[in-house]
Design a protein around this ligand. Structure first.
Ligand code: NAD
Length: 350
């Protein structure tokens, strides 16, 4: 049975990864998470107490703590999800992004390198450091074209700049020291357990409550949306059969303007929970001042991971958004505890 050190496994994508890996079996998870505002142990309730899941509250930038975890649990791989991840927060306060995404990742890489070098040879060969990153590092596209793994980096927000720096450090640790790294650059994710500050869960909650739906600028910014379960499957595939030192782009072939995404949510909620006063939810859409430096369009060419590793997304945007709306409707208790802050009050046992 393999042991995976997952960082940021109480967050949105890391949490989905942990739940999926434990449901599939065959691995132990050591889940290292600093429990920032984005870390939510409620997401992990169904696996708390499982012998295959050890939760450790800690910071990837705390080298001593990370060394202790590595020595105690002897992982076969590290999957680094831990990050500050919200673009708007990075505009208000970039320093935390540099601290975790750049300084923290560097510290984690240094600990991983020391640990990897001390492993017996056969375990060294099998070891992997998988860094989970974003398509935002490539900057903004015009109306045509898609990002490939060869696209030049041109990050435009403090968030994407910090992720770009972390990607470069991961690359350098492979080329300079031989650490067996892999990097994935994925498009926008959506699905269960996403913190309700991000576009899709935010709009679901506001639309459900019959509140105004604030859309940045003209709403015509395009993102390529991928259901989180498909991203998790891609990460597992890269971990299992990806080529060391390589980068894999992951995307959903599902480009949508933000306004289309919001209208899709409105339609689904009107069908499932009509507003008592009979209003259509699209009437709640209000355009607000655009995000500074807002990238116009992202689109991912995922042919490398499809061709080389045989990964395919299973959800279309239409099926994925319907599943997501239904999940939020069925899990209002989870959302409620985020919104009233009570999710931060409790801690799981080890
Ligand atoms: P998230 O904000 O939901 O979760 C981040 C998790 O990391 C939280 O549990 C938080 O407590 C933890 N964390 C933060 N700082 C930490 C630190 N210093 N040490 C240990 N843990 C720390 O983020 P997410 O949306 O799940 O994204 C996960 C990763 O995937 C990030 O690296 C992000 O850049 C990348 N990514 C996200 C998307 C997306 O659409 N959400 C798309 C592509 C890539």
């Amino acid at each position: 049975m393999k042991t995976l050190l997952v960082t940021g496994g109480a967050g949105f994508i890391g949490g989905n990864f942990v739940l999926d890996a434990l449901a599939s079996g065959g691995c132990r998870i050591v889940n290292l998470d600093a429990l920032t505002y984005a870390g939510n142990l409620d997401t992990l309730t169904s696996v708390s107490g499982r012998a295959e899941h050890a939760f450790v509250e800690g910071d990837i930038g705390d080298a001593e703590g990370v060394r202790r975890v590595l020595a105690e649990h002897q992982p076969d791989a590290i999957i680094n999800f831990a990050a500050e991840s919200h673009v708007d927060r990075s505009i208000d306060g970039p320093a935390a992004f540099v601290q975790t995404n750049v300084v923290g990742t560097l510290s984690l890489l240094e600990c991983a390198l020391t640990y990897w070098r001390a492993l017996p040879l056969e375990r060294q060969d099998a070891f992997r450091f998988l860094h989970v990153s974003t398509d935002e590092v490539y900057g903004s596209l015009g109306p045509i074209g898609r990002f490939s793994e060869e696209s030049p980096y041109a990050p435009n927000s403090p968030y994407s700049a910090s992720k770009a720096a972390s990607d470069h450090l991961v690359r350098a640790f492979h080329h300079t020291y031989g650490l067996p790294t892999l990097t994935t650059n994925c498009s926008n994710n959506y699905g269960p357990y996403q913190f309700p500050e991000k576009l899709i869960p935010l709009m679901i909650q506001k639309a459900l409550a019959g509140e105004a739906l604030p859309v940045y600028g003209d709403g015509r910014n395009v993102r390529d949306w991928l259901y989180v379960g498909d991203h998790v499957a891609a990460i597992r595939r890269v971990l299992e059969i990806g080529r060391v030192g390589e980068v894999y782009n992951v995307g959903g072939d599902a480009e949508r303007e933000n306004i289309q995404v919001v209208k899709a949510i409105c339609t689904l909620l009107d069908e499932r929970r009509p507003l008592a006063d009979g209003r259509r939810r699209e009437s709640l859409i209000t355009h607000v001042r655009d995000r500074p430096g807002h990238d116009r369009r992202y689109a991912i060419d995922a042919s490398k991971i499809k061709h080389d590793l045989g990964w395919r997304q299973t959800e279309s945007f239409e099926s994925g958004i319907a599943r997501t709306v239904d999940w939020y409707l069925d899990n209002q208790a989870w959302v409620g505890r985020v919104l009233d802050g009570s999710y931060r009050m409790e801690r799981l046992g080890a």
